[in-house]
Design a protein around this ligand. Structure first.
Ligand SMILES: C[S@@+](CC[C@H](N)C(=O)[O-])C[C@H]1O[C@@H](n2cnc3c(N)ncnc32)[C@H](O)[C@@H]1O
Length: 233
């Protein structure tokens, strides 16, 4: 499986050179990718679409989807496979090497190239992303637990502003990661982790509509799906 090895090698190289932003040693596994993309597959009117659990209010237009921090494309491939004609799929990635890797996949690899005309890989941190229309779905792979509290609060605010009212944010965190890190942190580090927890709990209390427990992932992860009924701005 040469593509898998290329993906792992690229990821490891970037992890070594930029731990804070890469945030994981390996790309996400298939179970995590499927959980993160459940609302891409679940469309209005689909047989499995429970009332109030579709990606957005009823409409026949395609979905506007943003993936933040696609890395080597482990989650991207699940989004690509679930895209339908009329959908627009944007990705915003801080790391240039990951962008180059992803662009190659969209040129030549299935299921990427089939949806290349609907997809845009943008080399840009989410903090600087400027868009002309908001999104129905945001899927984030950002390692928020590596960031400062201010950065986390800022990014969560950006997610909310970039979503349409009623749009859905899906993001993951490793189960128990803050508790484990608190054990090996100094008091400043523990204060940072408590601040991140408070920021995350704030948005989860306001709008978490579903949580997946992804036990087969290494390490196991929660996937939070949050619906903001009303834009913060
Ligand atoms: C934990 S990796 C996840 C990669 C991939 N989604 C996966 O699940 O395998 C985090 C990714 O977020 C990217 N990233 C970190 N901070 C970012 C930012 N502020 N804006 C955009 N991408 C960022 C990193 O470069 C990396 O690709």
């Amino acid at each position: 499986m040469p593509n898998w090895w290329t993906e792992v090698r690229t990821f490891l190289q970037q992890y070594r050179s930029n731990f804070k932003h890469t945030g994981a040693v390996l790309p996400s596994g298939g179970s995590l990718g499927r959980a993160l993309t459940r609302f891409v597959r679940r469309r209005d009117g689909d047989a499995h679409s429970a009332a109030g659990n579709s990606p957005r209010p009823a409409s026949s237009e395609g979905l506007r989807i943003l993936e933040v921090g696609p890395g080597t494309g482990a989650v991207t491939k699940h989004i690509a496979a679930a895209l339908r004609p009329g959908d627009q799929f944007d990705m915003t990635e801080l790391n240039e090497a990951f962008c180059a890797h992803l662009r190659r996949r969209f040129e030549s690899e299935s299921p990427f190239y089939q949806v290349a005309s609907q997809a845009r890989v943008m080399h840009c941190p989410i903090e600087q992303l400027s868009i002309d229309a908001p999104y129905d779905l945001i899927i984030s792979g950002l390692p928020l637990n590596n960031f400062n509290v201010d950065e986390v609060e800022h990014i969560l605010g950006i997610f909310e502003r970039l979503l349409k009212p009623g749009g859905t944010l899906s993001f993951f965190e490793y189960i128990g990661i803050r508790k484990v890190r608190a054990l090996v942190s100094d008091s400043q580090g523990r204060q940072r982790l408590r601040g991140i927890e408070a920021a995350m709990n704030g948005i989860l209390r306001r709008g978490e509509i579903h949580r997946d427990h992804v036990w087969p992932n290494v390490p196991p992860a929660y996937v939070h799906h949050v619906r903001f009924e009303r834009s913060a701005v």
